[in-house]
Design a protein. Structure first.
Length: 97
């Protein structure tokens, strides 16, 4: 939904590929509107991305514990998913001050 999308900022502070995206690997499957997600708004759930364990996702935006991205190798699969279900690939070390 537009209100959620505008609340997310660009994905910064994570390892970027040569094309400007950051990547995550799914540690635990995520099914929008599945058990444990009863408090989610139906309209937001429709914008979420179902993920299987092992999927790799290029992240375009992040904020509020949610990420927005596209599954690598499946450009038609894009949407929101919780950061708690993924592991960042190549998370960078903070630069020295």
């Amino acid at each position: 939904p537009e209100s959620r999308a505008t609340a997310l900022g660009p994905c910064v502070g994570h390892s970027a590929s040569g094309q400007g995206g950051a990547f995550v690997r799914v540690r635990q499957q995520f099914s929008p509107g599945g058990p444990g997600d009863a408090d989610e708004e139906v309209s937001f759930s429709d914008s979420c991305l179902a993920l299987a364990e092992g999927d790799v996702v290029e992240v375009a935006a992040s904020g509020g514990g949610w990420l927005y991205g596209r599954v690598v190798g499946a450009p038609g699969r894009a949407g929101f998913f919780p950061e708690t279900r993924v592991a960042w690939l190549g998370r960078p070390v903070s630069p020295a001050a």
